[in-house]
Design a protein around this ligand. Sequence first.
Ligand SMILES: Cc1cc2nc3c(=O)[nH]c(=O)nc-3n(C[C@H](O)[C@H](O)[C@H](O)COP(=O)(O)OP(=O)(O)OC[C@H]3O[C@@H](n4cnc5c(N)ncnc54)[C@H](O)[C@@H]3O)c2cc1C
Ligand code: FES
Ligand code: FES
Length: 493
Amino acid sequence: MRNTIRFVHKGQIRELEAIDPTQTVLNFLRYEDALTGTKEGCAEGDCGACTVVLGDRMEDGTIRYQAVNACIQFLPMLDGRELITVEDLQSSDGTLHPVQQAMIGSNATQCGFCTPGFVMSLFAEKHGRNSANRQDINNVLAGNLCRCTGYGTIIDAAEKSAEDGLQDSFHKTEKARAALLETLGADPMLSLDCQDKQYYAPTTVEEFSHLLKDHPDAVILAGATDIGLWVTKQHRRLETIIYLGRIKSLKSLDVTNDKVTIGAGVTYSDAWQTLGGLYPDLGELIRRIASTQIRNSGTIGGNIANGSPIGDTPPALIALDATLTLTGAKGSRNIPLEDFFIDYGKQDLKPGEFVEKVSFPSPSQDRTFRTYKLSKRFDQDISAVCGAFNLTLDGNTVKDIRICYGGMAGTPLRAGKAETALTGKDWTLDTVQNAMQAMEEDYSPLTDMRASREYRLSAAQNLLLKFFIETTEPEAETRLVGDLPSGRETAHA
Ligand SMILES: Cc1cc2nc3c(=O)[nH]c(=O)nc-3n(C[C@H](O)[C@H](O)[C@H](O)COP(=O)(O)OP(=O)(O)OC[C@H]3O[C@@H](n4cnc5c(N)ncnc54)[C@H](O)[C@@H]3O)c2cc1C
Ligand code: FES
Ligand code: FES
């Protein structure tokens, strides 16, 4: 067991002991390291002013760089990774990084408060796809807010920065830094105890289960995109945390002819391309979840486990007939995902259990799947209503249909009456309109800041109609222009 955290920073291994496990990376940088280039805007993952980049050594020996929000990442989550902040980009001889030069060359900075965050997002992009495509740039920058709305010049800078190949000092020293990261990867379980707070980061499911058995009240930590806010906004004191991000088996995404299985530690970014290749709408849904920074940390497991009625992936996964595997020290059990959500704030998770994985059928020719998210803002916004549809036709007769919505009840909930109104009937406008009517018995949604009760019901009904139109009139323009995962050619998103 180890009671210090170790990460790579400025090309060297940094080791810290006696740290507060819920101190954020942002506060550590600003208050302990006096690295004030990384800013605090919202402290809740929304504005991107705090963006830093984390590097992970991949199996092929390269380093993958990802932008994250330092304001909602806890310090021990750096363990085993490389940290890069805006101060690290300039070369030792004072030369600015190509991304910084592009920002200056395009006059892309005004007050400068948001600028470090934009620079770090673009730095990560340059080390990733390095795309000059406008839609890719929009995706990359959706989690960075500029209150002076100087986006035009920032996008120019992003395009300019992508013109050149990758020739920075990080590229040149990648091998040496990957070797340092490799030495950290072999470390045993992390166990921190400071200020009466415990933090464990086991490396196997077995260790995880036993820790959870011994500490049934512990907070299970995945990407911290919810839990980070418990600390920064609700000022909750978390006494015992068990982090699952170091368990390799929970990070696997397996696809066979029959089944897709997603481990609880798989982030949205890790899942996006694969799921989008299988179910394009699932890829598009993931792209609409939060921002690049949040998707780089947040997990699908966390999106299920938090039990939110407006989480985006549960309606889609329920429509896909997903099975949830819950594991504890005594073993595992499988349940239909829809049974996990008992009531608002109440999930079928026994003390000592955790979400290990979720699986659902691979696509097949006879089924059509769609999911649609409605939110006030297109990017970086929580759903008002999210609908998912999974249809199997026999000729033109509905053999099976699964319809599930988020935002319509205290849990993600299937539209049982609407499904019954359709099953065994012809897939026609008449039967769909009957099902839309029947949906009024399925749901009694709430009015809140995101939408009124009337809007929600009418939107849910109309999403079914939209699904009908998409299945019967494939040429109809039902969507806004947007970016779709590769493999789907239409320009309508
Ligand atoms: C700015 C911002 C924008 C967001 N936008 C969206 C959005 O568009 N759509 C959306 O759906 N969500 C959104 N979210 C919410 C959040 O990002 C997601 O719900 C995310 O999937 C949570 O995953 P996580 O790994 O970060 O979970 P964490 O924050 O680590 O944990 C969340 C909860 O799940 C529990 N938990 C996590 N993993 C497990 C497990 N394996 N077993 C048992 N319990 C577990 C934790 O104990 C905690 O209660 C947003 C959040 C922020 C901050
Ligand atoms: S300070 Fe706004 S996202 Fe972190
Ligand atoms: S330049 Fe200051 S908020 Fe954008």
